[in-house]
Design a protein around this ligand. Structure first.
Ligand SMILES: [Zn+2]
Length: 450
């Protein structure tokens, strides 16, 4: 860190701790009770309080501020110029959880052993305030901002991202930015996430495996006809199952859908065994013929993969068949360079042959900033200079806030030698990390706004 920035940190440190504490004392957990409908606090009064408090602080620090009239988001801006870069943080927090697990009041920040404890200190009030003060340090040092720097404050990150989605609909889109809502060095690639149902006609067997889309199911029950031949088929295929009171439960191994190849899908084993008995129906035929045991569904899509994010993952999480209707619930993780529309068209075409209709449930677009992008090059250099650590960007299976806009990466502020405590009891940030992050963010904002 250069000496001027260090001096600024020493001057501002107590104020930073105090302001993080003020925000922590507002329990900004989502509250969607009906009396919040059509007000300026769609996610509850506490979340609005946290937003107001933050905007007030920004005003005091010398930023221009703006609050969305419906209370979904706010922002604070400094600098001049046509181009705008963004720092994206959020002010909502997850609930405290089991209070007995906490050593102190989660909504009262406490400084102990050089750590600041409290809900939101790491996710994401602490990092947001630190980045704000890093910009303040630059303002104090009369830094010339040739681009505008906009801090965007989200209020629904822990739930449905309605805040940032609304921002993206209504407001100016930044040319690039970062979000201090994850870990260092940076996350630059995350697969797209698609969940959908294939809906077909009723069939003459009954199956009800109603498990989660995003997990490989480890149980699939069957109690219909021809139980004996099903058992014989399961034996022949060497699949694991148990029998109790005329019900066969096929057993698998549950893992997250993003790593489906490490699991064993009980639905698929049941279906393949039913097929083996000679049974045929659209659902059974579709799953057995087109997918089989392949976690990548390459018969349908071919090989879809890229160097940055790996293979397409295809998980059958649900199979519900009644006399009236059949439903196959699927979760796909789409590599960053693949095209979602083509994936959807392909699945529609193939499943239509079996009489299925495609019904989309959820889609989260991918995050991908090429490694030679100026944003990545700049942040890598700063991070290496400030820490001496390896700056190789990370491709992740998770979903960070960065994917809400183009040319945005997740950048800190959990360090490789730090502890991840977000969403846990006794959440904290250490003063050491606070200081390191302050230096990194100050330099990042300075370089990106040049
Ligand atoms: Zn967060």
């Amino acid at each position: 860190m250069n000496t001027e920035i260090i001096k600024q940190y020493e001057t501002l440190k107590d104020e930073i701790i105090d302001k993080i504490g003020k925000l922590v004392s507002i329990p900004s957990v989502i509250d969607e009770s009906t009396n919040n409908l059509n007000t300026s606090h769609p996610f509850g009064v506490e979340i609005e309080k946290a937003l107001d408090e933050t905007l007030e602080l920004c005003k005091d620090l010398g930023f221009k501020t703006f609050k969305d009239s419906e209370g979904y988001y706010g922002y604070a801006e400094i600098g001049e110029g046509k181009e705008m870069i963004a720092v994206l943080g959020h002010l909502d927090v997850v609930p405290a959880g089991n209070l007995e697990m906490w050593n102190s009041d989660p909504f009262k920040a406490i400084l102990k052993d050089n750590k600041l404890y409290g809900r939101g200190t790491q996710d994401d009030k602490g990092p947001t305030v630190i980045a704000l003060y890093a910009a303040k340090a630059l303002m104090n040092l009369k830094n010339k901002f040739n681009k505008r720097v906009r801090f965007i404050f989200g209020t629904d990150e822990e739930n449905l991202w309605r805040c940032i989605n609304k921002y993206m609909q209504n407001e100016e889109v930044p040319s690039m930015g970062f979000t201090p809502d994850s870990k260092f060095p940076m996350i630059y690639a995350e697969k797209g996430l698609l969940q959908f149902n294939l809906i077909g006609k009723g069939e003459d067997i009954e199956i009800n495996v109603d498990s989660a889309y995003n997990a490989v199911p480890d149980k699939a029950q069957y109690s219909g006809k021809n139980l004996d031949s099903l058992v014989a088929a399961l034996d022949k295929l060497n699949y694991t199952y148990e029998i109790k009171d005329n019900e066969v439960t096929v057993l698998g191994k549950s893992v997250h859908a993003a790593a489906g190849e490490d699991g064993i899908n009980a639905i698929k084993h049941l279906v393949i065994a039913l097929k083996e008995t000679g049974y045929s129906s659209p659902s059974i035929d579709f799953i057995a013929n087109e997918i089989g045991n392949d976690p990548y569904a390459e018969k349908i899509f071919g090989v879809v993969e890229d160097e940055d994010s790996g293979k397409l993952k295809f998980n059958v999480g649900k199979l519900i068949i009644t006399k009236d209707k059949s439903q196959i619930g699927i979760d796909i993780r789409i590599p960053v360079t693949a095209n979602k529309d083509i994936i959807v068209e392909t699945i529609k075409t193939v499943s239509k042959k079996y009489g299925f209709e495609y019904e989309e449930r959820d889609f989260l677009r991918s995050l991908y900033v090429p490694k030679d992008h100026i944003l990545i090059k700049t942040l890598r250099k700063i991070y290496e200079e400030e820490t001496g650590f390896d700056s190789t960007p990370i491709s992740s299976g998770g979903a960070t806030y960065a994917r809400s806009m183009d040319n945005c990466v997740a950048f800190g502020m959990v360090f490789p030698d730090g502890e991840k405590t977000e969403h846990q009891p006794n959440e904290y940030i250490s003063l050491k990390d606070m200081e390191r992050a302050f230096g990194i963010y100050a330099k990042a904002i300075q370089e990106l706004s040049k």
